[in-house]
Design a protein around this ligand. Structure first.
Ligand SMILES: [Zn+2]
Length: 100
């Protein structure tokens, strides 16, 4: 799967897995799938690996977790416990981002 690049590389956009809107990267949280099978919230730097994006919004985070859209985007099936941990991590990352 390849993403079509737009002319303005300065403002890259990605689609939120919950609301499916294109958002600038700064407004999104990035979740990366680790090779070990876990998850991590990757805020900065570009690390290889399948990743999915979700808005910095409680509603989108909740939908992404509950609707298993994140799991689909990352093509793995975490257990309920893993999802709960990820949910918290996303909320924390969101709070940190808000503060600057
Ligand atoms: Zn969203």
């Amino acid at each position: 799967m390849t993403a079509t690049k737009t002319a303005d590389a300065g403002e890259r956009r990605r689609m939120c897995v919950a609301c499916r809107r294109l958002q600038p990267l700064v407004r999104l949280l990035r979740v990366r799938r680790r090779e070990s099978g876990g998850w991590s919230v990757a805020e900065d730097g570009y690390l290889p690996g399948r990743s999915a994006y979700v808005c910095r919004s409680e509603e989108c985070i909740r939908q992404a977790i509950r609707g298993k859209r994140l799991a689909r985007g990352l093509r793995c099936q975490p257990g309920a416990e893993q999802l709960a941990v990820l949910h918290l991590a996303l909320l924390e990352a969101m709070a940190v981002g808000d503060d600057g």
